[in-house]
Design a protein around this ligand. Structure first.
Ligand code: TRP
Length: 450
């Protein structure tokens, strides 16, 4: 155990954890899911769920990793029982699947930086431009490989010099760029109606599915349910305060989602674009809008650089889950583990990226008649099945197997305030009873039982 790497400062830990949480989920997925679910009302429900359910989940994952001082497989091996290793296997599977399609979108982002700088994304039929790029060329594959190699280079640097150091630079840069964009967006003519849509709750649009959509979004956005936070937790030293770390991570995640919304909605409303058009939203709509703004190419470049930073600081947390397992369980070097993992992810990722190209004939048809290509199947399998299942098992594991003593102990280290200590029974109650029930509901919804 002695030569395990650790994060070196509280700020470094929070930067890494917030870097994992803040990603495409906040800036690309959150605005369009909020747009489809009534804007302001969704925002309030989402914030409540992150604080009440997300934070205890975040704590639970971190405490397993820190307790065991091991990766997602090794932790369950050490803490037992043997059967709990299944949680690690689910986590590994989810890491591969999420990386495969996350890197597709990461690759699109790099292309859009390039296309913003040389201007080819402007003064064109932007919809055609996106679909031609995505469906009829092999460029997305090239950019996906670039994205994964960038991710791998950081992971090769290790926990301290790779993950922690880069996150400490990336997170402040990201917040700064976001603030520049927010100022631009809210000062556009007609921006007020966008701010209104996003901030003014309309509870008449809230139904059962709104809650479930908000919970699913919270889960994906906080990176919980597959051991990414467990792996990062294993690099957190004993004297650090997990209450503070998990709360700061969640608050950063919420803030970036709000700032992201304050960029997207005012911009959309200012140019009369619909807020509910789904996943194509930023790649199709935003370039068209940037084109009409003064300094548009500059803002477009800043936007996609921001998206790239956010997605790389998330993809490193996914890659590290697998690398840590190979390194510690098979005793491979970090270099060999990273190279082999990256090659495997690239191979799997080809199927996601060429979903609408070479593999366009492979799809499932949903009950509502929509086609689910390989990309969508990877997304569905991981977000709607593996994450809720993994999260459910982790909560049951912590609440019913690890027990109160360990839970209380882990939430006491580094804590000096009586108030924080007094919260422990409430958090434990949520972990043991409330969370499993709630996660089960998301899961049943995800697989279409309701
Ligand atoms: N949370 C990231 C986002 O919002 C994505 C992500 C990174 C993730 N690591 C994860 C999602 C682990 C689930 C599990 O974009």
């Amino acid at each position: 155990m002695s030569n395990r790497e650790n994060f070196t400062s509280t700020f470094g830990i929070i930067a890494a954890a917030a870097g994992s949480a803040v990603g495409l989920g906040n800036i690309w997925r959150f605005p369009y899911v909020a747009g489809q679910n009534g804007g302001g009302a969704f925002l309030i429900i989402y914030i409540l769920i992150v604080l009440i359910l997300g934070v205890p989940l975040l704590m639970s994952e971190m405490m397993i990793g820190r307790r065991a001082q091991a990766n997602v497989i090794g932790s369950f091996k050490k803490l037992g029982p043997k059967s709990s290793i299944i949680i690690g296997i689910i986590g590994l599977l989810a890491a591969f699947l999420i990386l495969a399609f996350y890197s597709t979108v990461g690759g699109w982002t790099i292309h859009y930086i390039y296309a913003s700088i040389n201007g080819e994304v402007f003064h064109t039929d932007y919809q055609n431009y996106f679909f031609n790029f995505k469906d009829n060329s092999f460029l997305p594959l090239l950019w996906q490989i670039v994205f994964l190699v960038l991710t791998a280079v950081i992971i090769l640097g290790g926990v301290k010099k790779g993950i922690e150091k880069c996150s400490k630079i990336m997170i402040p840069t990201l917040v700064l760029m976001l603030i520049i964009l927010v100022i631009r967006a809210v000062t556009l003519p007609g921006a007020g109606s966008g701010v209104n849509f996003f901030m003014k709750p309309d509870f008449s649009k809230v139904t059962g599915t709104t809650f479930l959509a908000a919970m699913g979004q919270a889960f994906f956005s906080l990176s919980i349910g597959m051991g990414a936070m467990l792996t990062y937790g294993s690099y957190i030293q004993k004297n650090e305060n997990l209450n503070f770390i998990s709360t700061s991570t969640a608050i950063t995640d919420i803030m970036v989602a709000i700032l992201g919304g304050l960029v997207i909605f005012p911009t959309l409303f200012s140019f009369n674009a619909a807020p509910d058009q789904g996943p194509g939203l930023i790649f199709v709509t935003l370039p068209a809008i940037f084109e009409q703004m003064p300094w548009g190419a500059g803002f477009s470049t800043i936007f996609f650089v921001l998206l790239l930073i956010a997605s790389i600081s998330s993809s490193i947390s996914l890659l590290e889950v697998i690398v840590a397992v190979l390194k510690e369980e098979l005793r491979w070097s970090r270099t060999l583990s990273t190279i082999l993992t990256t090659i495997s992810v690239i191979i799997l990722g080809v199927f996601a990226t060429l979903s609408w190209n070479t593999f366009q004939n492979i799809f499932l048809t949903t009950a509502s008649g929509n086609k689910m290509y390989i990309f969508d199947i990877f997304d569905y399998l991981s977000s709607n099945i593996l994450l809720p299942l993994g999260g459910l098992l982790i909560m049951i594991y912590v609440g019913w197997y690890l027990k109160k003593d360990i839970f209380y102990e882990e939430l006491s280290s580094g804590v000096h305030k009586k108030f924080t200590l007094a919260l422990r029974p409430i958090i434990f109650f949520i972990v043991k009873y409330i969370s499993p029930i709630v996660i089960l509901l998301i899961f049943l919804n995800g697989i279409g039982v309701f």
